[in-house]
Ligand binder design. Sequence first.
Ligand SMILES: Nc1ncnc2c1ncn2[C@@H]1O[C@H](COP(=O)(O)OP(=O)(O)O)[C@@H](O)[C@H]1O
Ligand SMILES: [Mg+2]
Length: 175
Amino acid sequence: MTSPLPRQTQAPVITEGLNHWFGEGEARKQALYDVTLSIERGSLTVLMGPSGSGKTTLLTLMGCLRDVQDGRVCLLGSELNGADNNTLVRSRRKLGFIFQAHNLHESLTALQNVRMGLEVHGRKAMTNWREAASRVLTILGLEDRMGYLPGNLSGGQKQRVAVARVGWKPGDCFC
Ligand SMILES: Nc1ncnc2c1ncn2[C@@H]1O[C@H](COP(=O)(O)OP(=O)(O)O)[C@@H](O)[C@H]1O
Ligand SMILES: [Mg+2]
């Protein structure tokens, strides 16, 4: 048996022999079959496949949004199969999601939505949250829309707020 690679040399996302099922009894249906992949650091990876082929299921498993039933998911050095809740929360905070439907909070302004993203990433106590949130919104061309509610923004502007909400902070490669 080979010894495990040091964390920094491992691919940040690894799956091995991943299977997943939905439903119970006769309605039980397999959605993923023996998925083995690794996503290298710094790579841009596009997941393609027909509707219903399991893309979302795979992403939610890699994103700690669903429990791993069978097989291995290793995210940034943490094994997710059987992981306790603290590990899952810590792992989730290292991720950013940009949803296809922007999923902005309709009663919060653009700036407040971005703040919520920082809070979800465990940066609630960040004293300079306003500066961090303004900065990323400005980079995305929304400096004059920070106080707007999503209902008063265009589709593209909402999408950019959703990008800003991922939890970027000064010092991240993006800003
Ligand atoms: N929550 C769910 N309950 C039951 N079946 C589901 C659920 N989510 C997805 N599925 C089924 O799992 C399969 C893969 O779905 P999904 O991962 O959403 O595919 P994709 O994102 O590639 O369109 C589909 O057959 C879908 O009907
Ligand atoms: Mg999908």
